[in-house]
Design a protein. Structure first.
Length: 94
């Protein structure tokens, strides 16, 4: 069996291309994960959720008060704080 030099070169080029593309995709995906880590130290909805979550945990209640929010982001912040407070987690300010 004869090895064709052109085939070896193409296989090498394709292998390097796949490796470089995979590395670039991994690097591009990294900053998106960091966006989930927010600084909640001054977020009023998170802080209110944390307080109410701790209070409900202390009184063995689940969602004592129902809250309505105009923005989905506000609701998400409140829910994150509530879950952290209800589970007894301390806030992680980064």
């Amino acid at each position: 069996m004869r090895i064709n030099l052109k085939q070896c070169v193409w296989i090498g080029v394709l292998t390097m291309g796949i490796g470089i593309t995979g590395g670039a995709v991994r690097v591009a995906a990294s900053p998106a994960q960091e966006q989930h880590d927010q600084d909640y130290s001054k977020n009023k909805n998170y802080q209110r959720g944390m307080r109410e979550g701790r209070d409900d945990n202390a009184h063995n209640r689940d969602y004592y008060k129902k809250r309505n929010f105009k923005k989905d982001e506000d609701k998400k912040d409140y829910e994150t704080g509530y879950q952290a407070g209800h589970q007894g987690n301390t806030p992680d300010h980064r």
